[in-house]
Design a protein around this ligand. Structure first.
Ligand SMILES: Cc1cc2nc3c(=O)[nH]c(=O)nc-3n(C[C@H](O)[C@H](O)[C@H](O)COP(=O)(O)OP(=O)(O)OC[C@H]3O[C@@H](n4cnc5c(N)ncnc54)[C@H](O)[C@@H]3O)c2cc1C
Length: 380
């Protein structure tokens, strides 16, 4: 593996950082405080080609890899996680459409995403089905040329603003193999019976919409089934193997922000007549943060590089996800500690970093679940 980014990759990275620095800082605190977002920022990001770069050119994407998408995610998260996620998650599910949708479905649902004509999301989690997704009971029952969907989805990113969602439904509840009971459907959010209630009071990434979604007798055409019926769980695992790479990039991005804030603060603030940076304990914290960021980045670079070559290493992806998540939370904690009492108030960016960072240890597989995957990949 060549550790040098190509000229194109460097250009993407630089452009993403410039865009984020130009657009995010001024509004970040407002969106975090008010739990809102200005969709014009997402529209601009689409116009500049930052959304869904992994989507093929035939469907309006840039035809680049998951690696290049990670580069953008990392730069965005290094500036502000909430705004970054509001933009990045607009394509959450496009990875699955790219892998399993029919040509007709791709033209209708994938092509609008990079153009900024639609926002999507993926609804798997339910009130009683989190880490164990096979417990999901939202049902899809065939009725002629349609399926009727009933159930409740929890923590659905973009649930109250998306144009459509990929919804994980039970289609064969009696199948003795719990991994063959589910299927994915595209559900347009303007269908009768769809209702979303925005969740308020999140710890972090508050600019990004999260909702509880209720589906009551929602009818979708049978042509909205994505992939084969009964293959939903398997397709979900393939999907997570690439979307978890994006979470690693988020983790590395926010850890970088924690490091940047810390360096600036400890060089500026004096105690006992000297800058905080002159205390060895703080120097060690900086050294550890920088080293762990690099290690986490190398893990996800390798996993993403392999994924773009069609060689998914699910054990490596899981290693990268838990390691980068834990690393980001630890860096955010140390960064706040180095700010002392100032870090505890929202005037300082480090407070938001501390709150935003925690999500990377939770969504798309908690760190505990990732460790189980790593262990299974070794122990068999
Ligand atoms: C802001 C936000 C956005 C989200 N976006 C989406 C989205 O767009 N779509 C979606 O479908 N979901 C989404 N989620 C849900 C997220 O993926 C779940 O919260 C996550 O998978 C964990 O599930 P849970 O919350 O039910 O926790 P649980 O599964 O109840 O887990 C609770 C704790 O128990 C641990 N645990 C569980 N099982 C085991 C085990 N076997 N061994 C050891 N420990 C275990 C977990 O690691 C965790 O620490 C989002 C969540 C949040 C907070």
């Amino acid at each position: 593996m060549d550790f040098n980014l190509t000229k194109e990759q460097q250009d993407i990275q630089r452009a993403a950082r410039e865009f984020a620095l130009g657009e995010f800082p001024e509004r970040a605190q407002e969106f975090d405080r008010d739990e809102t977002f200005d969709l014009d920022i997402w529209r601009k990001a689409c116009e500049l080609g930052f959304v869904g770069v992994f989507i093929d050119e035939a469907h309006e994407g840039a035809g680049l890899g998951f690696f290049e998408h990670c580069l953008i995610v990392e730069e965005f998260w290094a500036v502000d996680a909430g705004i970054a996620n509001a933009i990045i998650t607009a394509s959450f599910g496009a990875e699955m459409l790219g892998m399993f949708a029919t040509e007709e479905q791709k033209n209708k649902y994938l092509s609008p995403i990079p153009k900024g004509e639609a926002i999507m999301g993926t609804a798997i989690t339910e009130p009683d089905a989190g880490s164990d997704v096979t417990c999901a009971t939202t049902s899809a029952v065939r009725d002629g040329d349609e399926y009727i969907i009933n159930g409740t989805k929890m923590f659905t990113t973009n649930g109250s603003i998306a144009n459509y969602l990929l919804v994980f439904c039970q289609t064969d509840p009696d199948n003795p193999d719990r991994h063959q009971r589910h299927s994915f459907f595209i559900v347009e959010t303007d269908r009768a019976g769809y209702e979303a209630n925005k969740i308020h009071g999140k710890l972090g990434i508050r600019a990004n919409d999260t909702a509880e979604v209720s589906l009551v007798n929602v009818r979708v055409p049978a042509s909205n089934l994505v992939g084969q019926e009964g293959k939903g769980f398997k397709n979900l695992m393939d999907f997570f193997n690439v979307t978890r790479l994006h979470i690693c990039a988020m983790a590395v991005g926010i850890a970088r922000a924690a490091l940047e804030e810390s360096v600036a603060h400890i060089k500026k603030r004096h105690q006992f007549g000297v800058p905080l940076a002159s205390f060895q304990i703080n120097q060690f914290k900086i050294a550890e943060m920088a080293t762990k960021i690099r290690a986490a980045r190398n893990l996800y670079y390798e996993a993403a590089w392999l994924a773009d070559k069609g060689k998914i290493d699910h054990g490596l992806v899981a290693m990268a996800k838990w390691f980068s998540g834990e690393m980001a939370v630890r860096c955010a904690d140390e960064a706040l500690q180095m700010h002392g009492g100032y870090g505890y108030i929202d005037e300082y960016k480090v407070q938001r970093i501390y709150r935003d960072a925690k999500i990377v240890e939770i969504y798309e597989g908690t760190k505990e679940i990732e460790k189980i995957i790593v262990a299974n990949s070794i122990l068999g």
